[in-house]
Design a protein around this ligand. Sequence first.
Ligand code: MG
Length: 491
Amino acid sequence: MELVIRSPAVRQLVEEYRKIWALGYASALLGWDYETYMPPGAAEERGEAEAVLVSLRRSFYTSERFLSLLERAGREAETDLERGIVRVLRRDVHYYTSIPEELLQERERAVNRAKLAWRRAKKRSDFSIFAPHLERLVDIARRMAERLGYEKTPYNALLDLYEEGLTVDDVEGVFSVIVPPLRRLVRRDPPHPLEDLSYERNSMERLNREVLTRMGFDWNHMRLDESAHPFTEGIGLYDVRITTWYHGKDFRRSLLAAIHEFGHALYDAGSDPALWATPVQGGVSLGVHESQSRFWENVVARSRPFVRFLLPLLHEHLPETRKFGEDDVYAYFTLVRPSLIRVEADEVTYNLHIVLRYRIERSLIEGTLEPSEVPAAWNEEMENLLGVRPENDAEGCLQDIHWAMGSFGYFPTYTLGNVYAAQILRALERDVDVWSHVESGEFSPILSWLRERIHRWGAVYPPKSLMEKATGKPIDPSALVSYLKEKYGKG
Ligand code: MG
């Protein structure tokens, strides 16, 4: 399939879009800098500058000129690339024209206040500090859903913001297939000595750099830095930056976070050059993005063949690990244990943390749960699903920043990413001898497959179509169940 633009109207539209693209490019660089090297006293000034860039972007999207170009382009679009460009821009325009600027500003202010309140509430483990903010943000999200339009439930409008075309029926379908078998796979592994083993920060960084290099990290177009929470910023097609963290012990946290973000980076940097600076450059959705990061982090790196590849590098850079062999490191990479904190959860229990959040946020949006009832509902559901109960709200319903950011409908994309990663493995295994390549540290056949089937298409196709083309099914939760059963099942 050739990626070409023939229509003069689409060509003109893409030229006009270049201004929006450049503003996004600048915002992305500012966002990366904010999390890495910006002096702390610059935060407020930076916020002002970013707000201006965001409103400039909006004004381009809603200008008469842009809207009439988009309409003409819509009539002329014929190739897959042309149709993809029009589809993505229609979604953006729908967002900006349905939601009045005042509502977006109200949301922005509410989020800023809520984030501060959330930090205080979490520190003191006092949900009541956050409750009125949560109430306001739920109300704003519901009003946004009304403006955007939906079928069946307002939660569908919010899901679609993060994952084009995803509905509660899809999400229910996934959880109904995966939750019962996952609960049966939950083990209570005892503490492992590697969890407590200290490392020297600079040696850890050298290990991360060498592993990433061997895996195909492109230092000419990518960077690795450190931040409070690991993230990836795709600034342009030729400038993608990742971060990881260093805790001084439990080395897998730093290494696996770097590999997770590496997966995101490959996707951002992998669009076909024909997509450069167009609206379809980069990842198509959060779920597909997360499938890339989790594929490398969980499917590849938490495997026995990967541990065989890693072991000599590990022993070289972190000499304190030398008394631990392949079995030890593999056991350490695949520990399963119910825990209270999502970001520390293993592959088996992770999705149970997500179903809990999904049920609560959907009920909030549908008005069947009051914000004040969240802590009780949370603790109850944790006990039900994982058999553990938070002792306070800091390690319970206040642990994640998402709701303080006004993000409702975001969490399910994490589980969708896990489902997609398993689908990708099944499809990849049909074409490539995955595990012998991983063991010998030859990652390029895997990367080429991902490039060809997923990365190069950017957002040309909607997520479900892309996954159907790449793996044969739009969403197939049974792939995740069979993958986890093989890896974590008894015997
Ligand atoms: Mg991620």
